[in-house]
Unconditional design. Structure first.
Length: 124
């Protein structure tokens, strides 16, 4: 199998620069596929870095592309309701006609997350 090369959409950079419009990101995804990239990826961060929701954005990317695999880099499922997430992922996989690649990671507990989710029971 030959090496495969993907393209990571700059969702965080665009939002942090004050340019949250999605049309340019969708154009980048279509261009990446047209240039021969094998996949298009979207990052995930609910708390640390602002960016677009990866599953919603990938659904739009799926509508603009035909061949490229669509992936999350790296998705944090621990921050979401598992039943709703399973439904969203199954729907996205159908929309993309089987092109979804779920790159999932674990969530390391930090003081910031512990504070937000009530994990600091009586301090450290």
């Amino acid at each position: 199998m030959p090496p495969q090369i993907g393209y990571l959409l700059p969702t965080r950079e665009r939002v942090m620069e004050g340019r949250p419009e999605t049309a340019p990101l969708l154009e980048l995804a279509a261009r990446a596929e047209g240039l021969g990239f094998d996949s298009v990826w979207v990052g995930d961060s609910l708390l640390a870095r602002p960016r677009h929701d990866p599953l919603t954005l990938l659904a739009a990317v799926a509508a603009r592309t035909r061949k490229a695999a669509l992936g999350t880099a790296v998705f944090l499922p621990a921050l979401r309701n598992p039943v709703v997430l399973a439904h969203q992922l199954a729907t996205l996989d159908q929309i993309s006609e089987g092109r979804l690649v779920l790159g999932a990671g674990i969530l390391l507990m930090s003081l910031n997350l512990a504070y937000h989710f009530g994990g600091l029971h009586g301090g450290l």
